[in-house]
Design a protein around this ligand. Structure first.
Ligand SMILES: Nc1nc2c(ncn2[C@@H]2O[C@H](COP(=O)(O)OP(=O)(O)O)[C@@H](O)[C@H]2O)c(=O)[nH]1
Ligand SMILES: [Mg+2]
Length: 332
């Protein structure tokens, strides 16, 4: 569905592009968001804008003078891979064990709360795409790192952990959701497409019912599914037995809404070792921009092998790409 943006919007977008100060850019993004018609055709734009706003907010918070003291030293974790998925959940729910089971990172796993104080990144390779999995301290009303909501809000997606070894798992997760909602962050399985409120950030979330091997886990899973019906459908996983880990990894990858594109140079086969990734709905021009800033200006045409085209079909810059397309870019 086309976005059909009003001319006024495009004008403000140009103004946004010319700004360099994060504070000014954030203000301009808020203005853009308010102007944007909210419907299915602008879904991708809406979430792009929210994402940019969250990242700028996080940047401003960690860079502000006095931020160190005020925020207890908000840690700066560089982004890696095609996207960032954060592990969110109550204390002791099995987040760090999942990071350890899914990546090569070795976080501390311990039977008492607040073992994890600083975010711990690991790389999860799934469907030929590396994604950054970030283990976080717990969301809790006993104590919560002040920078934690900002970091969650600026992530590309979240894994929310439900503790199948705990009889209070439902209440614990409700508390997490409420604490985040109070900070303008809503964890949701599906992103809504018509949010008027600039300040609410929806984070696409995969629900993981951790410790599926624990005694009584099956019954608790039933209860949780009923309790959260219509909001979350927790998938059983176990860091111990590795049950459900592959599915969880794939679901986390799919929650990022990416497509994989292979590139080739004329007269040679495609490089299928590492795909580029771009958001669903991206065009040839978006791909060029992703590969190199300069390529955006010099791009003349492209040939595509894949979905909805005949092999090697010449396409325009605004041609929409599909998962696993092979693209040959021609620049002047
Ligand atoms: N039985 C079982 N216990 C687990 C599993 N994952 C974590 N645990 C235990 O649950 C406790 C908390 O785990 P941890 O990963 O540190 O939780 P976090 O606080 O959410 O990071 C530790 O005692 C772990 O050994 C699992 O898959 N099965
Ligand atoms: Mg932990």
């Amino acid at each position: 569905m086309p976005a059909n943006l009003p001319p006024q919007y495009l004008k403000v977008e140009d103004e946004y592009r010319s700004l360099t100060k994060p504070g000014d850019r954030l203000e301009k993004l808020r203005e853009l968001y308010r102007m944007l018609p909210k419907h299915k055709g602008t879904e991708k734009l809406q979430s792009d804008l929210k994402q940019k706003m969250s990242r700028l907010k996080e940047e401003l918070e960690t860079a502000a003078p006095g931020a160190k003291k005020q925020h207890g030293g908000a840690p700066k974790i560089p982004r890696e891979g095609a996207g960032r998925v954060v592990l969110v959940g109550p204390p002791n729910s099995g987040k760090s064990a999942l990071l350890a089971a899914l990546t090569n990172a070795r976080p501390a796993v311990a039977p008492f709360p607040f073992t994890t104080r600083a975010p711990q990144p690991g790389i999860l390779d799934v469907e030929d795409v590396p994604i950054q999995l970030l283990d976080l301290p717990p969301v809790s009303d006993d104590f919560m790192e002040p920078w934690l909501p900002g970091l969650i809000g600026s992530a590309d997606a979240a894994i929310l952990t439900f503790d199948l070894a705990s009889d209070d798992a439902a209440d614990e997760v409700e508390a997490v959701l409420a604490l985040l909602a109070a900070r303008g962050i809503e964890l949701v399985e599906e992103l809504p497409c018509d949010v008027e409120d600039v300040e609410v950030r929806h984070v696409k979330t995969v629900a993981a019912a951790a410790k599926a091997d624990a005694p009584g886990a099956e019954g608790r899973l039933e209860v949780l599914r009923e309790w959260f019906a219509g909001r979350f459908r927790p998938r059983p996983v176990s860091a111990e037995t590795r049950e459900g880990l592959e599915t969880l990894a794939r679901d986390a990858y799919h929650s990022l809404g990416l497509i994989r594109i292979f590139t080739k140079v004329p007269g040679r086969p495609a490089d299928r070792s590492r795909p580029f990734t771009v958001p669903v709905g991206s065009t040839v021009l978006d791909l060029a921009r992703e590969i190199h800033r300069d390529l955006e200006a010099s791009l003349r045409s492209a040939k595509v092998w894949g979905t909805g085209v005949f092999d090697g079909q010449s396409v325009k810059r605004d041609h929409e790409l599909h998962d696993r397309d092979v693209v040959e870019l021609h620049a002047s």
